[in-house]
Design a protein around this ligand. Sequence first.
Ligand code: 26W
Length: 792
Amino acid sequence: MIDARFSDTITRHLIYALGTDPDHATLRDWRIALSLAVRDRLVDRWLAASHAARKAGAKRVYYLSMEFLIGRLLEDAIVNLRLEDEVRAALSALGLSPEAVIQDEPDAALGNGGLGRLAACFMESLASLGVPAIGYGIRYEHGLFRQSFVEGRQVEEPEDWLTQYHTWEFKRRNVRLRLCFGGEVVEEAGKAVWRGAEAVMAQAHDTPMIGWQGRWANTLRLWSAEPLHGFDLDRFNRGDYAAAAEAEALARTISRVLYPDDTTERGKELRLKQEYFFTAASLQDILHRFEDEGGALADLPKKAAIQLNDTHPAIAGPELVRLLHDERGMPLDQAIETARGCLSYTNHTLMPEALECWSEDLMTRLLPRHMQLIERIDAAHAAENPGRKVALTAHGEVRMGELAFVMAHKVNGVSALHTDLMKQTVFAELHRMHPDRIVNQTNGVTPRRWLFSANPRLSRLITGAIGEGWVCDLDQLETLEPSLRDPAFLDAYATAKRANKADLAAWLAEAHGITVDPEALFDVQIKRIHEYKRQHLNILETIALWREIKANPNGPWVPRVKIFAGKAAPGYAFAKEIIHLINDVATVVNADPETNRFLKVMFLPNYNVSLAERLIPAADLSEQISTAGKEASGTGNMKFALNGAPTIGTLDGANVEIRDRVGEENFFLFGMTAEETEIRRAAPDHARQAIAADTRLGGALKAVSQGVFSPRDRHRYRGFVGNLTGHDYFLVCSDFTAYWDAQRRVDAAFADPGVWWPMAARNTARTGWFSSDRTIRGYMADIWGAVPIDPA
Ligand code: 26W
């Protein structure tokens, strides 16, 4: 009997792996035992896949990223191995609730936001497409901080996912690599030799990345830092206990914690150490594998496609040249060419404060040989491009974007608009010099996690209509088009969304004591808090709406629930003020008997991958309201559209391509274009003019500055309002009226199910292109030249 066997397997792991008897087992014990039982089902395919890749002498993709925002892995493995029914049956035989067991797993929060989650979606798509690949990153002991609120203010606590048994990783005790920092470069026999002053060991931990139907599996190799020499017994015996453990503590610092900034580089030495640590360990590992498989160095580009996820691993350029030239004797210009043949670089932001620059002093002190090689690479590039006007160093700083560009054979942006803006702004000069180096690869999201797994009701409806092929060929969603004219299908579509909303309402009541009406419009803005993402535009519109309802409490208002979630970088004061204001507004508005049947506001704490999986299937409206030209792509926008939540948004990032595909009539567009923002920003007093022209905006700003939402601290938001009425760099005031009008168009559409549900369903049917499978196919064709391997 199937389930008997599987429930027995689970129980066997509980007893023999955890040494626990079923009568005394906790939910966590059962979750770990189940994970081990599921793991049994994927290890063979994992080992078979890496064997097949080796046997085929396949070109491998190496994805270097400081962040992998994985979330939970148990459900992902169950779904990709098609074990849902077997697991559900086994757990109910053991008297356990599948939901409770799944939710017991901590998120692997090894990332800040978009960049980290994209890396995770890419790893899942590479495995589902059967492309041999290894993801390389850091095994942070502490991922992105836990967020909670104290009197509406964000408070950060260390995240400690590793305090419990991490069932999905395998420590590779035989993969430990020695790395150096500091020291000097000496001349020996005419060769440059780097004598590092400080050494640390990189210890590999492998996590399987299983693909759809379990056909293929790749590896995520995360490095942890360990001391060269363990515990110092002599010092201990001399009673110098702290010193005895010092080396260990110092070494581990490198992989201790993820930097929580996602737009501002802080130039911290430890951050550069982290970047060099995982990049150097990964390149050494790549070369060892290549040489073990008998490759000739000059052929490395034929076997290794190394993708740099933003500039964070950009030191890979000089490091690979060092490994080829200094350590393996390849002539310098050939080493530079060979490295360029392997390397390609993705840019994820145009925000000047996010473009990494390291001081030459710090680079010289920490990585003296690399600083020399950066100058050699710069000189070689100058020689090849006489009259050029860019340099890799300027004002005593090394510009990592330029270094990554010069050392890459391909550079890509993450949406069509973003790639164009890269060519016109940050890389204009380099684009003129290398006109065919920049290509676009519009982002995507994995349909397994973000539709099939997160939204089973809608998935079943889609499969019922067009079969299950869409899960690994999302373009098939367009074959839903005929069903969109079928009232029965639209009814079932609405029913699925309503049921998801009812689930969310139940969870909000149980987990947060918040009651919401599932019939209301669920308006959701979930992403990192940043001025360019304009959560403050959203809350100002919310305040104006509240005031309008108060002025006319019996008006034909469309009940709306405003849901916010997202973390602010701990050092980003303005973002923290935005969070505080939203919580303060929620307190006042939700307690207002005149309006709270029409309007509820909430800020859910500790936004992460698992919370996104819970919110997106229940959303009606997707808020993508960034100042045009600032959001490189966005990926949440794609997840919402696939799950039937039309977008209210600007022509920014991938919103442009979403609107092109769903049709302008199924997208609530507002606001200035990227070009128009440049013009408006140049207009003196643009904010004051906008405020003068819109009394709703003026009224809302006055309410905030007068302390309506901070009665016990009336001046709390004086500075906040001052910034908006003065500088307002992100044009919140100038886009307000258009945003308000767009929201009223949303109300009108939502109030008419005959309009709303076809619009929602079209968003699902027409956004299959935003699968990360399509994105990966683009990288394979335009950048990597890698191909899928048949597992047989
Ligand atoms: C040095 C600090 C730092 C850390 C992370 C600076 C910048 C970053 C990331 C590049 C920020 C990020 O996550 N960018 C987002 O990347 C997504 C994936 O391509 C895009 O969809 C988002 O638009 C972009 O903001």
